[in-house]
Design a binder for this molecule. Structure first.
Ligand code: ARG
Ligand code: ASP
Length: 721
């Protein structure tokens, strides 16, 4: 009895102080209950109600989900919005050509009429959120399978969503939290007329490029500006010349007062995904199995693409956005695996699992409920890891070949052409759509680059992916060529219509139903459709069986953790819903003998300057301003121009573009990255090493005002000094 008591006390004391300031992505709705006191103790001067309220306008009304995966914030009553340069990148790229190279030179609309529309881009405001756990789980019990459970919840959610948006122009969604132990309803308003207003040249917006990415000290001016347009009634409307700037219920006040180490800050945005409560097996799978495979394949792609971009301006325009995406995850995965290792992340999880098991077995009731969770995890991960590895080879390798990925999109056409019940009209509509996607594809396609990608990736795939889980058509074709991937490659690019835009457009131009045979016989299509069939028939059943088993175990596991650590505040994993992270402006020690300051300045840009290296070219105008020390009201009290700063806010992908706010809820920075030593924070947060990186808002305004001369935009903003 005594030992049991000691054990319990020990466990309690172990976990009592586990929620440290800095860690956590909290629900705005629950701030007043869970966090407000701590936030105020840390220095915050506003209230939870100022941050999120459904009764009056609050900071939440100035925050948007930008596109599908970034955050943006409103900074004027005319719908003006700030986000990262790398979030606007794809759209800036789409408007760019050799004649109008906005990517390299920057873009600034001089008047509203010059702001550029971006079909397909939307921004989403959260109208309100609500805990609907009870309603969503009506009819669910612990005995049913995950599948039945999911289908009941889906049906309940459908009703709730319909109810929530009745008579409005809103959309709604129900999302699971704590792995399906709780459910929240999100009512949103989506605007689709979002125009590009301004972007700095790449040597500011992407200064340091992929070399400095994920690292501190950082000097990237990572911002771009858009404007939301609405109908005359201020409601969402499809793009039209007659639309007018949107008037938000709230826009952020910008502070030029500057910041100090230790200052309270918070980040308000849409973090994408984290997995903080998974077992050691999952961390092992990601950090030691999946990441190394994906890193290797991405490295091969980057070696080829980077070299081609180095040698040709057009290729640089065509591949810059693609390369940035490939490189970004490549580097993140390297940092993540490294961070987990240095943190002994797997061992830490294992030691927690031992305590957990002891706790679960310490009483018959918890033993019955949770005693088998960890052994079951071990079993399913053991069986799944080879499948996941093979799938990684497929998705990161085979689908890294651009032509194969493009041909993959023709499955639907082939299916419909072969289905007699489909009228010709539908086929010609499909062809019209494909013509459009082909135009977008070939604008950014270089056949030589892709040929090299094919040969390199196919070689690795054939040699390294477990044979039992290789796509049969790849195995058979490689065998036909007796393993000579080089000659296979040259045949494919000689014969495939997909590899040559002229041949391809000719095929589409006069397309008749029976031409589908040409597609079916095309070597790229044969490959793509072989990959598709194998994915459908072999991978998806394995993946979905694992997912169902894992979902149900993970749901129990986190419920058990909450039961075991009853005194602890649990934040839900990120799931692309609006969250608050808070912490302090803070330096850190990345390695023995090294300490990183919490801010960088324009001096650092001049130190990094190297006209020979694309990533480190300094814009001449910026240099002039630096030499003249012409910073105006944007200089710090120390008279230098602050560029970036770090803080202990817990952020992840999706938080890019998020506003970083001070104790008064004023905008002081734009979040855009994390420090190298803390990139494992999606799996495990370390308060000593995890820092979010932000652009100092004063540098952003300095660039807009002094460099770009776009004073009209600064004049729209609400600025306090
Ligand atoms: N690492 C940051 C994020 O995950 C920035 C990425 C964009 N920058 C780049 N050089 N690729 O989004
Ligand atoms: N750079 C990331 C983003 O685009 C932010 C991060 O992962 O810290 O959302």
């Amino acid at each position: 009895m005594k030992t049991k008591l000691i054990l319990i006390l020990l466990t309690l004391s172990l976990f009592a102080n586990q929620s440290r300031a800095g860690e956590g992505m909290w629900l705005p709705l629950l701030l007043s209950q869970l966090n407000e006191k701590e936030m105020r103790d840390m220095g915050m001067r506003i209230t939870a109600e100022d941050i999120y309220s459904i009764n009056h306008s609050s900071l939440k009304d100035a925050i948007v989900l930008f596109g599908g995966g970034c955050t943006g914030e409103l900074v004027s009553d005319q719908g003006l919005l700030l986000t990262n340069h790398h979030c606007g990148y794809g759209n800036i790229q789409k408007h760019s050509s050799l004649e109008h190279d906005y990517l390299t030179k920057g873009f600034w609309a001089q008047r509203m009429e010059e702001e550029l529309p971006n079909p397909g881009l939307s921004v989403t405001f959260l109208v309100r959120m609500e805990d609907v756990t009870t309603q969503a789980m009506k009819g669910v019990n612990d005995k049913m399978s995950q599948k039945v459970r999911d289908s009941i919840i889906r049906a309940n959610s459908k009703v709730l969503v319909k109810e929530a948006i009745k008579g409005t122009q809103y959309t709604a969604q129900i999302k699971p939290f704590y792995n399906g132990n709780q459910f929240y309803l999100f009512v949103s308003e989506i605007f689709t007329d979002v125009r590009l207003v301004g972007a700095p040249p790449s040597n500011i917006g992407k200064f340091g490029g992929d070399t400095d990415n994920w690292m501190w000290p950082r000097h990237t001016g990572d911002f771009s500006m858009f404007r939301i347009y609405a109908g005359k009634d201020n409601k969402p409307a499809e793009y039209s010349k007659d639309n007018v700037p949107y008037h938000p219920a709230k826009h952020l006040t910008i502070s030029l007062k500057g910041i100090q180490e230790g200052d309270f800050t918070f980040v308000y945005g849409f973090p994408g995904t984290t997995q903080e409560y998974v077992p050691s097996y999952a961390v092992d799978m990601t950090a030691l199995e999946r990441n190394p495979i994906a890193i290797g394949l991405r490295q091969q792609r980057l070696d080829i693409i980077d070299k081609a971009m180095e040698n040709d301006r057009l290729t640089r325009i065509q591949y810059s956005a693609k390369a940035a995406g490939i490189s970004n995850s490549w580097k993140k995965m390297i940092g993540e695996s490294r961070g987990i290792k240095l943190l002994d992340g797997i061992e830490k999880k294992q030691s927690f699992e031992q305590d957990f098991q002891k706790w679960a077995q310490s009483n018959p009731e918890t033993n019955a409920k949770y005693g088998q969770v960890l052994p079951a995890f071990e079993k399913i991960y053991g069986a799944y890891i080879p499948v996941n590895n093979a799938y990684t080879y497929l998705s990161e390798g085979l689908l890294g070949i651009e032509m194969v990925r493009f041909a993959y999109g023709f499955n639907n056409l082939v299916k419909k052409c072969n289905d007699k019940s489909i009228p010709d009209l539908e086929i010609s509509k499909l062809i019209d759509g494909l013509k459009q996607s082909a135009a977008a594809f070939y604008k950014n396609y270089n056949r030589q680059v892709d040929t090299q990608l094919f040969e390199a990736l196919m070689t690795t795939y054939s040699q390294s992916c477990e044979t039992g889980l290789q796509v049969p058509v790849v195995k058979e074709t490689a065998a036909k060529y007796k393993g000579n991937i080089k000659s296979w490659t040259s045949d494919v690019y000689k014969k495939s219509v997909f590899s040559d835009s002229t041949k391809f457009y000719a095929l589409l131009a006069g397309f008749e139903r029976r031409d589908v045979r040409k597609i079916e016989k095309d070597p790229s299509y044969i490959l793509a459709s072989g990959i598709y069939t194998f994915s459908q028939n072999t991978f998806y059943p394995l993946v979905s069986a694992f997912t169902a088993a894992n979902d149900s175990l993970q749901r129990l596991y986190i419920a058990a953790q909450m039961e075991m650590q009853a005194g602890k505040r649990f934040y839900p994993d990120a799931n692309s819903t609006l969250r608050i992270a808070y912490g302090n402006v803070k330096s850190y020690k990345p390695a023995d003998g090294v300490e990183y300051k919490w801010y960088t300045t324009l001096d650092g840009i001049m130190q990094k300057e190297n006209p020979e290296i694309y990533d480190y070219v300094v814009e001449p105008k910026l240099k002039e301003l630096y030499n003249r020390h012409d910073y105006g009201r944007y200089a710090d009290a120390d008279r230098s121009m602050h560029v970036g700063f770090i803080a202990s806010n817990h952020t992840t992908a999706g938080n890019s573009g998020s506003p970083v706010l001070n104790a008064d809820g004023q905008l002081i920075g734009i979040n855009f990255d994390r420090c190298w030593e803390g990139t494992m924070s999606d799996l495990m947060y370390d308060p000593d090493q995890c820092r979010n990186i932000s652009l100092d808002i004063r540098y952003c305004l300095f660039i807009i005002d002094k460099m770009a001369g776009a004073k009209r935009l600064v004049d729209e903003m609400t600025i306090v000094q």
